[in-house]
Ligand binder design. Structure first.
Ligand code: SAH
Length: 222
C-alpha cells in the first residue's frame, strides 16, 4: 500500500477505494458514539485487510466479524473500538490481550500502547496471527500459546487486560490478580446473554470496582 497524500483529517491516505471504505467505517463508528480520536486513528492505521483471508479482503473494512478458521472470527471493528475507548489507553501501557485470533484486536491495542502480550489456545491461529502482524508492520506484540483464562503470570502485572472471548462463569480470577494498581480489565461475561464487564483496580492495589456495561456477542472462552 502506498501513502500518497493526506486526508482532511490528517491521516495518511491509502488507495482511494480503500480510503473510502475506511472513511465509511470511521463514520459508522462515530455514529455508534465512538468519539475517542486516538482510537479512531488506530482503527484507521491498522490495515484490517492484512488480518483476513484473500477471499475476504473486499469485506475487510465492513463493520462485522468475519470467519478466520477453527470456528473463530476476527472481532467486529465497533466492538474493538468500543473496548479500546473504555480502556482509555495513553500509550505507555503493558497490555495483555486474551484470544489472539487473527491478531487484529492485538494490533489496534498495540498502536495505542507500549507493548501487547497476546495469548491464544489454537497454535494454527497464533502462527497465522504472527505472519499477519508482521505483514501489517506491527512490531510491539508478543504472541503466546496457552489458556488465556490463566493470564500470563510470568509477565504480570498488566496495566490493561482485554479479553476477546466470553467468560461463561464470571470474570476470571487470575486475570483480576494480574492487574496492576490503577489497571483496567475489560471482559465479556455470560453464555447466551453476554455483557461487557469493566474491572478497575484502585491505585491502592487492593480495591476492585466491577461495572457491567452493554450487551455483546463473543465466541466462548474455553
Ligand atoms: N480478537 C480476535 C478474535 C477473537 S475470537 C481478533 O481480532 O481476531 C476469540 C479467540 O479466543 C479465538 O481465537 C479463540 O481460539 C480464543 N480463545 C478462546 N478461549 C481461549 C482461551 N481459554 N485461551 C486462549 N485463547 C482462547
Amino acid at each position: 500500500m502506498t501513502s500518497v497524500r493526506s486526508t482532511s483529517s490528517g491521516r495518511p491516505a491509502r488507495r482511494w477505494l480503500l480510503e473510502s471504505e475506511i472513511e465509511r467505517l470511521i463514520a459508522e463508528l462515530r455514529a455508534a458514539d465512538v468519539r475517542d480520536e486516538r482510537v479512531l486513528d488506530a482503527v484507521c492505521a491498522v490495515p484490517r485487510e492484512c488480518f483476513v483471508s484473500c477471499e475476504q479482503r473486499p469485506e475487510a473494512w465492513e463493520n462485522r466479524p468475519l470467519p478466520i478458521g477453527e470456528g473463530q472470527t476476527i472481532s467486529q471493528p465497533l466492538v474493538v473500538a468500543r473496548m479500546c475507548a473504555l480502556l482509555n489507553l495513553r500509550g505507555d501501557e503493558r497490555v495483555l490481550d486474551v484470544g489472539t485470533g487473527s491478531g487484529y484486536h492485538a494490533a489496534v491495542l498495540a498502536s495505542l500502547s507500549a507493548w501487547v502480550w497476546s495469548i491464544e489456545r489454537h497454535e494454527s491461529l497464533s502462527a497465522l496471527a504472527g505472519r499477519q502482524l508482521r505483514a501489517a508492520g506491527i512490531a510491539n506484540v508478543t504472541l503466546r500459546l496457552g489458556d488465556g483464562a490463566a493470564g500470563l503470570p510470568d509477565e504480570a502485572p498488566f496495566d490493561v487486560i482485554s479479553v476477546g472471548a466470553a467468560a461463561g462463569s464470571g470474570v476470571p480470577a487470575a486475570l483480576e490478580t494480574q492487574l496492576a494498581p490503577g489497571g483496567k480489565l475489560i471482559v465479556p461475561v455470560g453464555h447466551e446473554t453476554q455483557h461487557l464487564v469493566l474491572v478497575c483496580r484502585g491505585l491502592d492495589g487492593v480495591t476492585l470496582e466491577r461495572r457491567r456495561l452493554e450487551r455483546v456477542r463473543f465466541v466462548p472462552l474455553r
